[in-house]
Design a binder for this molecule. Structure first.
Ligand SMILES: C[S@@+](CC[C@H](N)C(=O)[O-])C[C@H]1O[C@@H](n2cnc3c(N)ncnc32)[C@H](O)[C@@H]1O
Length: 278
């Protein structure tokens, strides 16, 4: 954890299955609310510059670069330097070239005021201690006339069926880890309040709500394999440190994989999305 209380995810040594789990996100399933705005801004200015903050493995950033088109450019950033080579490799493997990579803390972005037309983050504010300061900083680097956009889940709205004990145990463990790192489980419902506290006026903000849904067979399998690899791979020691026993880990892995095999299995969560016009 750095001195601002931010927790960078340590992606080092995570295996292929965990990587697959993170890279499942794209601009189409995770930033769809922003795409019409990008399309209309692109008509005015095809040379849009977009900053993605807390971008992780950069799978959303890479598809945003594709949406911007060859004249636009994405700067993909994260606090964790260890993830950026993975993000770069992912973009290269998809033939995306209008993207660059840089380490950056959302609390002190290494960019000038108004440097970007679009400043975006996905699932970041729920993981940091001071979302209002982060939001102010993101607004600072947004160009007048540009937009800042964020999408945050609300973990307390998670709905899981069937409620297998190991699956519920994972939900509790994941929430405890987020809280221990200073995160907020109700980020989704607080996002609009944070935006107002960060200085945006209500009439500058468009709010929409979506869901994060895992019910398709392929998505469930990726998700379940990712969870079991997070717990059994190099991060197993962290899981033990956060209070899980060896038996808990076995139960979570067994039940999560069993859950993914069931036709009636569903896992969903409310997502709040905001676009602030500066
Ligand atoms: C849940 S992940 C989301 C990654 C990506 N946006 C996505 O949706 O796939 C949160 C990311 O925020 C990064 N992060 C945490 N604190 C940060 C900070 N202070 N500044 C920038 N990034 C940060 C973590 O390293 C992690 O990659």
């Amino acid at each position: 954890m750095d001195k601002s209380g931010a927790a960078a995810v340590d992606y080092r040594g995570l295996g292929k299955d965990v990587f697959e789990f993170f890279t499942h996100r794209t601009a189409f399933n995770s930033a769809a609310y922003l795409l019409p705005t990008i399309e209309s801004m692109k008509k005015e200015n095809p040379r849009l510059r977009l900053l993605d903050v807390g971008a992780g493995v950069g799978s959303v950033s890479a598809t945003l670069a594709e949406v911007l088109g060859p004249d636009g450019h994405v700067v993909c950033t994260d606090l964790a330097p260890s993830v950026l080579p993975q993000a770069q490799a992912l973009a290269e493997s998809r033939g995306v070239t209008n993207i660059s990579f840089q380490t950056a803390d959302v609390h002190a972005l290494p960019f000038e005021d108004g440097e970007f037309d679009i400043v975006h983050c996905h699932q970041l504010f729920g993981h940091i201690r001071d979302p209002v300061a982060a939001l102010r900083e993101m607004l600072r680097v947004t160009k007048p006339g540009g937009v800042m956009a964020a999408r945050e889940g609300d973990k307390e709205t998670e709905i899981i069926w069937p409620p297998l004990p190991g699956v519920l145990k994972w939900h509790e463990f994941d929430s405890n880890v987020a809280k221990a790192h200073g995160g907020t489980l109700t980020a989704g419902r607080q996002l609009l309040a944070w935006a107002l506290e960060g200085g945006a006026k209500r009439d500058q903000i468009t709010v929409s709500y979506g869901t994060w849904l895992t019910s398709e067979e392929a998505t469930k399998a990726v998700y379940a394999r990712g969870i079991s690899k997070v717990l059994t791979g190099p991060t197993r020691q962290n899981a033990l440190k956060f209070g899980l026993s060896e038996e808990d880990i076995d139960e979570i892995c067994r039940d999560t994989l069993a859950w993914a095999d069931r036709e009636d299995a569903t896992w969903l969560m409310l997502q709040t999305e905001i676009i602030i016009r500066k």
